[in-house]
Ligand binder design. Structure first.
Ligand code: AMP
Length: 192
């Protein structure tokens, strides 16, 4: 199984690139943020729990997110491969994720980290907010908080995978096609 962690700050282009990777490699795609936005729309208990933290741009609790991933793995454990988008976002999530995969005889194949500078991220997210319908893309202070949360709590997860020799850093600035090619080169190398 190809288990790809697509990593990077908010606005790095993870969702855009994930859609293309799904089409090219026939992988599944799970975005913890998207799962929670769906739950919020449906008004479920999980959605109500996640909503407050998501509004301000903070992280939702590890437990909640780990439950979502455990559920995903239970349902899709036989997939050819999955792109994990926006997960793991804390070292604890990464450790628990390793344990869950290990129990299935699986492992993370690679972390692909898209690197983009802060001001470019803010500009991209404000632009996305014009038609994404996402409340957290509309307010510049929430956007800046999400970037700060990434730096404080999430960026360190790269070290977790670097220690395992699984980190691939990609320049996330440029045309969508050019960035996609950079990612594909990493994946094609894995498949050989
Ligand atoms: P995203 O769609 O990945 O930008 O995530 C949107 C929001 O959902 C984030 O700002 C967090 O509040 C929450 N979220 C998504 N994934 C996670 C995660 N793995 N851990 C904690 N919070 C998350």
């Amino acid at each position: 199984m190809l288990n790809i962690v697509l990593f990077g700050p908010p606005g790095a282009g993870k969702g855009t690139q994930a859609d293309r990777l799904v089409a090219k490699y026939g992988l599944l795609h799970v975005s913890t943020g998207e799962v929670m936005r769906n739950e919020i729309r449906r008004g479920t208990a999980l959605g109500r729990q996640a909503e407050k933290q998501m509004e301000g741009g903070g992280l939702v609790s590890d437990e909640l997110v780990l439950d979502i991933i455990a559920d995903y793995l239970k349902q899709h454990g036989d997939a050819k491969g999955t792109i994990f988008d926006g997960f793991p976002r804390t070292t604890r999530q990464a450790e628990e994720f390793d344990r869950m995969l290990c129990d299935m005889g699986e492992t993370v194949t690679v972390m692909i980290s898209l690197e983009v500078g802060d001001e470019e991220l803010v500009a991209r997210l404000l632009n996305r907010g014009k038609d994404s319908g996402r409340a957290d893309d509309l307010d510049e202070s929430v956007i800046r908080n999400r970037i700060a949360v990434y730096k404080k709590q999430t960026e360190i997860v790269k070290e977790f995978y670097a220690r395992q020799g699984k980190l691939e850093v990609i320049d996330g600035v440029g045309g969508i096609d050019a960035i996609f090619d950079r990612i594909c080169r990493v994946i094609d190398k894995l498949e050989k």
